[in-house]
Design a protein around this ligand. Structure first.
Ligand code: DX5
Ligand code: ZN
Length: 220
């Protein structure tokens, strides 16, 4: 069954406490927190103080996606703020082993992300070191973008590698996921999907989560 990680970037910031509670009430598994520095990607969003605020009102697993150029400068602040998992991008460090170790030393789960134009083979050697690989299905920066269809083959390539090597690494996808393409991403072997605008843009959040969790991977 797929796990759902609503991205609070699409929530109503003026009502963040209620939004976070509604994600839990709807049956979401994780909360996805998009951190952008205006340098790695063209937007500024939130930092450790938001993680701290969300941690106060929710016991959900906090999945922090660091779209920043120097993620290592912030690992400790996010860990102290209550993050459960820290995910950074291969684009900022082609040899990410030291950063993965730093995250683990802080007691968090570690994830590695790749942009839509980054070759999949570049991350494969590191998947045995991480708990999760985050495949971007839009370019980082904004919620509400259109899903890039080539991401489905890239997801399947990652999943095949994970399964063949019996790795304990979840496959997550992020960007443009909605009710219409959910079946395809499940067929590609995705374990956890981020969902921003499609989740916070509906009032029937519980029904949406139920629907997504009712989908089974098609036998291919
Ligand atoms: C994109 C972010 C995503 C985004 C998801 O840069 O990393 O998490 O907010 O939002 P939707 O689901 O609307 O694409
Ligand atoms: Zn994200």
């Amino acid at each position: 069954m797929i796990k759902i990680a609503p991205s609070i970037l699409s929530a109503d910031f003026a009502r963040m406490g209620d939004e976070v509670r509604s994600a839990k009430d709807a049956g979401a598994d994780w909360l996805h927190i998009d951190v952008m520095d205006g340098h790695f990607c063209p937007n500024l969003t939130m930092g450790p103080d938001m993680v701290k605020a969300v941690r106060k009102v929710s016991d959900l697993f906090l999945d922090v996606h660091l779209m920043v150029t120097n993620p290592e400068n912030f690992f400790e602040s996010f860990a102290r703020a209550g993050a459960d998992q820290l995910v950074f991008h291969i684009e900022v460090d082609p040899d990410p082993t030291d950063k993965i170790k730093m995250i683990r030393a802080l007691g968090c789960r570690a994830g590695l992300s790749l942009n839509p134009d980054h070759p999949v083979p570049a991350v494969l050697p590191f998947l045995e070191q991480v708990d999760l690989v985050l495949l971007m299905s839009v370019f980082p920066g904004f919620s509400g973008q259109k899903f890039i269809p080539e991401s489905l083959d890239r997801a399947a390539e990652l999943k095949t590698y994970i399964d063949r090597n019996h790795l304990d690494c979840l496959l997550q996808i992020d960007g443009g996921v909605d009710r219409a393409n959910a079946q395809q991403i499940i067929n590609a072997g995705v374990d956890v999907t981020v969902m921003g605008s499609a989740f916070f843009g509906t009032h029937n959040r519980g029904e949406l989560v139920q629907y997504l969790k009712s989908l089974k991977a098609a036998e291919l």
